[in-house]
Design a protein around this ligand. Structure first.
Ligand code: C2E
Ligand code: MG
Ligand code: MG
Ligand code: MG
Length: 293
């Protein structure tokens, strides 16, 4: 009986595995198609200066409209990450985001002496150890003509810590003039002391710290900001949703902030409009960004 029972389970398991693999293959094929047929788009979330809320740059965030239905990146990027498909995705995003910022610069020429907006692109951890990443970035810069210092690559700390190959790639990218940011900082295991030795320019403090009501967490944010500044890094706070959070970040001398309070991720049209000078007395249009969930 036990044996029969066992076999039954194995069959159920087999069946489940087969359909999981089929689903994965189907999703992979759909992602590949989406990269070519316009179903995949980028939205751009503005990043602002904490001090005066002026535009500092953008983060490109991929959006997939699959047969008219929105699929969140947290759902399909993990599928892409199971294979080298994620390299194709990252390459597409890099090409699109650099092209877009270059187009905005052509439309609204930079004001001499004023800092220019940057474009941050998320790079998958898996791609970091792949030599094709360096080529993909070089190709995107060459094709768009974007100055390298306006491109920021966001990487998560989990892959960074002890992967010498990833470190080498990041160093090469930095030598090209591209900036590196650690995304979701605080959720992994990087100690503040390790930052000193990492080829990075910016820390993005994870939303969970920014929104935490716990005074201990807030003290930690203050500490991270001070340490980052000591090592010459700039700091972006992610996920700012309330005025009080922004006020606190200002007191903590945080450099930049990003979050629904400031701007939602915007379609290219609305994001680019922020660069155009606003006539005096006319308030800037409020976001026509993504709907409040
Ligand atoms: P992330 O890089 O940490 O991006 C920030 C996420 O927080 C975005 O979610 C953004 O919409 C969301 N967000 C921004 N402000 C707020 C806020 O005030 N409150 C809340 N609750 N959320 C806020 P999104 O676009 O769903 O992306 C999720 C993750 O998927 C990203 O996290 C990133 O890891 C990944 N991702 C997105 N686009 C790409 C891409 O083009 N390539 C790769 N490799 N990964 C991407
Ligand atoms: Mg990011
Ligand atoms: Mg993040
Ligand atoms: Mg995050």
């Amino acid at each position: 009986r036990a044996k029969q029972h066992g076999r039954g389970r194995a069959e159920v398991f087999d069946e489940a595995l087969r359909s999981a693999l089929a689903l994965r293959a189907e999703t992979e094929a759909a992602i590949t198609a989406a990269l070519g047929n316009g179903e995949m788009r980028l939205h751009y979330q503005p990043v602002v200066d904490v001090a005066d809320q002026r535009l500092h740059g953008y983060e490109a965030l991929v959006r997939w409209q699959r047969d008219g239905v929105f699929v969140p990146p947290d759902e399909f990027i993990p599928v892409a990450e199971m294979s080298s498909l994620v390299c194709d995705l990252d390459r597409w995003v890099l090409g699109e985001a650099t092209r877009q910022l270059a187009a905005w610069r052509a439309e609204v020429p930079p004001v001499p002496g004023e800092p220019e907006p940057t474009m941050a692109v998320n790079v998958s951890g898996r791609h970091l150890t792949d030599p094709r990443l360096v080529t993909a970035v070089a190709d995107a810069l060459a094709a768009s003509g974007l100055p390298p210092h306006l491109l920021v690559l966001e990487v998560t700390e989990t892959v960074l810590v002890d992967d010498p190959v990833a470190m080498t790639h990041l160093s090469r990218l930095r030598d090209m003039g591209v900036a590196i940011a650690i995304d979701d900082f605080g959720t992994g295991y990087t100690s503040i002391g390790q930052l000193r030795h990492m080829p990075v320019d910016t820390l993005k403090i994870d939303r969970s710290f920014v929104t935490s009501p716990d005074p201990g967490q807030r003290e930690l944010v203050a500490l991270i900001i001070r340490a980052a500044h000591t090592f010459g890094l700039s700091v972006v706070a992610e996920g700012v949703e309330e005025p009080l959070q922004l006020q606190r970040l200002r007191q903590q001398a945080c450099d930049h902030a990003q979050g629904f309070l400031l701007h939602r991720p915007l379609p290219a049209e609305a994001a680019g409009a922020l660069l155009r000078p606003v006539p005096d007395g006319v308030p800037a249009p409020r976001t026509d960004g993504e709907p409040v969930p």
